[in-house]
Every structure is written in structure tokens, then in C-alpha cells.
Design a protein around this ligand. Structure first.
Ligand code: FES
Length: 161
């Protein structure tokens, strides 16, 4: 299969993969793109979220062979020319993490949510990010970071504290 993925540098490659290999295992084990995390490995935590053609998808649920020809963006592909994606920068600014294990999935989901344009309030941010589990409980800061980017982009008015 041909898998186009965006990692530290934009690239496209052909890889041989066993039919039962999940996209998550292909990314982490075969391609050494370990920024994408394995939590539950069965659709319960969203730690493994990546973008497939811009849509957030749990990579542990996807067979790699089904992604033939699609653009796959992992957390490493979000930064460009060493510049962090605005949401990555907002996570740093807002200290939106503790142990950081869930952070790649949180950021990939947040980036997709911002592009979807479906969140117009903090409550909607929380609602659309509910699948992404953070065992440390950094949720308020995660919502702050996403809200900051939505405000920067004029997609959301800052709510009064
Ligand atoms: Fe995929 Fe938990 S590792 S949802």
C-alpha cells in the first residue's frame, strides 16, 4: 500500500503491511512515529487520535490497509518548519497537560474540532472533546487552549469568567 503521512517532514511512502495491522501499530512500530500514543487499544480513550484526510480518527480501530492513499497527519506533522501549530503553542501557554500521555490525541482532536467549526462555546468545546480522556484531569486547561485558538481565529467570543 501507499501511505502518505505527515511527520516531522512531509513525506509519502510505500510500505508493506500485514492485513491485520492497525494504523496505530503501523505508525508506532513500523514507522517509529511514536508521538501517537496507545492507551486502551480499543476505542475507549482517544489517545491514538490522528487526522485522516483532516478528520479525527482513532487509529487503533483502523486497519492500515484501509488508509491506502489517504493523508495521515500525526502530532508530529502539525508543526511546520519547526514552528508549533497554534494549538500546540496554546497547550504550552495554558499548561494544558500534566503527564502528557494523552496530549497528542487531545491536540489532534482539538485541531480537527477547530477546523470543523462546530464549537462556538466552552460547553461545546467540552462536549466535542469528551472522547479524549485525560486521567490527570487537565480538562479546564485543555478547553482554555482550544478556546484561545478559536478566539484568535474569530470563531468564538471569549466568555466572561
Ligand atoms: Fe485508541 Fe484508546 S488507544 S482509543
Amino acid at each position: 500500500m501507499t501511505l502518505s503521512w505527515m511527520a516531522a517532514s512531509r513525506c509519502s511512502a510505500s510500505v508493506k503491511v500485514a492485513p491485520a495491522t492497525t494504523l496505530l501499530d503501523l505508525l508506532r512500530h513500523d514507522l517509529a512515529l511514536t508521538g501517537t500514543k496507545k492507551g486502551c487499544d480499543h476505542d475507549q480513550c482517544d489517545a491514538c487520535t490522528v487526522l485522516i484526510d483532516g478528520q479525527r480518527i482513532n487509529s487503533c480501530l483502523q486497519l492500515a490497509v484501509m488508509q491506502d492513499g489517504k493523508a495521515i497527519t500525526t502530532i508530529k506533522g502539525l508543526s511546520q518548519d519547526s514552528a508549533l501549530h497554534p494549538l500546540q503553542a496554546a497547550f504550552v501557554e495554558r499548561n494544558a497537560l500534566q503527564c502528557s500521555y494523552c496530549t497528542p490525541g487531545q491536540i489532534c482532536s482539538g485541531v480537527a474540532l477547530i477546523e470543523e467549526g462546530r464549537a462556538t462555546t466552552r460547553e461545546e468545546i467540552r462536549e466535542h472533546m469528551t472522547g479524549n480522556i485525560c486521567h490527570c484531569g487537565a480538562y479546564p486547561n485543555i478547553v482554555d487552549a482550544i478556546e484561545d485558538v478559536l478566539v484568535q481565529r474569530g470563531q468564538l467570543m471569549k466568555e466572561a469568567a
